[in-house]
Design a protein around this ligand. Sequence first.
Ligand code: ARG
Length: 586
Amino acid sequence: MKATQEQLKDKLKQALGEAFGDQYADTDPMLVPASNPKFGDYQANMALSLAKKLGQKPRDIAHLVVDRLDISDMCETPEIAGPGFINLRLTPSYLETQLNSIQTDARLGVPISSHPKREIVDFSSPNIAKEMHVGHLRSTIIGDAIARILEFRGHDVLRLNHVGDWGTQFGMLITYLREVSPSALTTANALEIGDLVNFYKQAKKRFDEDEDFQEKARQEVVRLQAGGKDTVHAWKLLCEQSRLEFQVIYDLLDIQVEERGESFYNPLLSAVVEDLEKAGLLEENQGAKVVFLEGFKNREGEPLPLIVQKSDGGYNYATTDLAALRYRIQEDRAKRLIYVTDAGQANHFAGVFQVANRAGWIPEDVEIVHVPFGLVLGEDGKKLKTRAGDTVRLRDLLDEAVARAHEDLESRLNEVEAREETEEFIANVAKVVGISAVKYADLSQNRTGNYKFSFDKMLALKGNTAPYMLYAYARTQSISRKGNINYEKLGENVKIILKEEAEFTLAKHLLQLDEVITEVEQELLPNRLCEYLYQLSEKFNQFFENCPVLKSEEPMRTSRLALCDLTARTLKLGLSLLGIGVLERM
Ligand code: ARG
């Protein structure tokens, strides 16, 4: 089934071709959803921009198109409004037919992409032995949602965790490990160093205080690069320890991601520099090898360099990203590379992409995108910190969300509803609500901006929050429980009939899922899907207030039950694409 908007576009193009000649059959009809229901459902705006080219008045152009437009099976007679807008309103029978057909479709009318391709989502990507901070939380949540949406569209998605597992800091860490736990380097056992972040801090303190230690650390880096046996062993132990800590977060958030850290690309780094040299892009700058970037200037107006080999011969973050980019194109054969990081890395990626481009490493059919996001702020509008002024541990943050959801639920059960539930039920609801609230609060913001982290707001039952959406879903399920209805058994011969305004509004919204998903697939803005689901919940609630379901007569009763079911399935699917589960009861 082709999306309504796509079908209308095709028909408009055909009419354009017939009216003005074949060369116009591919003109963009500039079809957009109507801004106000008064204007119908869609508005085609191309007449205005064609006026000059055709030397005709926009209204005349609109008339010529409408006269040739064959859409009586979909729309009422089109109206020409204002200077030359074409307003289109879908007919009830078209809406009913469409609804009846998605009603029996497990994908709810969202087709598999006609061009499935391999795409890489580089997300999460914390650094070994360092805190996985809220920036990594955003990357994890946003990257996972993007990956889920692309997978649902049928793309072959490689989820990559570009973990920071290499660099000079390991010299310091391993030297410190030799001091405090010499046996760890010779035994195969897991480390007993407790909190790795604390370990990092102590190592850093030793490093800053003691020149002798610094020298040892430098030698350790050399040994690591040369593959010295016990040094590599120590490095692996540290990575393993971090991995265990990251996994706790991934389990809580239900995240699948394949680790392919920076170290993976080590053997490919020297070739990057050689090939840049061959391409004639490399220059010497204060002993370092660099590529001067076009269009990037420092404050003094001098061109900015991208350093690919430091004066001591070492490689860096950018070199690794250049190697990774090549590998992903050449070996992974990816056609779209997506990098989900904080906006602070925008220049880094712009530089890397530019160099790769100028070196000729990006074939025409490969698209490379940085997906930036803003900061997480505390309620005071400053960077999120604990009361004591420390960085917030992700684990604590998620635990608190669940704990608060737990409290809220208990007081609602005891004080408001006088309902008895088992502790198991309460714990499960609290976990789903708490984790969903954190994810949804992040995803529902346009990712490019900063957002304020507020437990109170994200856990509120009203507004654009996860609990609101989960409630709407639970309500659909309570309707079926009350009426003793098994939605799955409504059967294939259900006929959805639209009568009331609220039903039309809900129906039209249900039919827009495919448009929203394809938009997110292109723009990589999950907040559009959140907005869609929020509006769906609102429209469903209005329908529910205005249209009796269980108490109405047949055939409306079954038709309305089918609308409830369709809403439920749409919410469930939409939320699952955001990495959020639903509750049958809450
Ligand atoms: N480890 C980096 C950080 O914590 C993020 C890596 C993002 N991915 C990449 N290919 N550079 O900032």
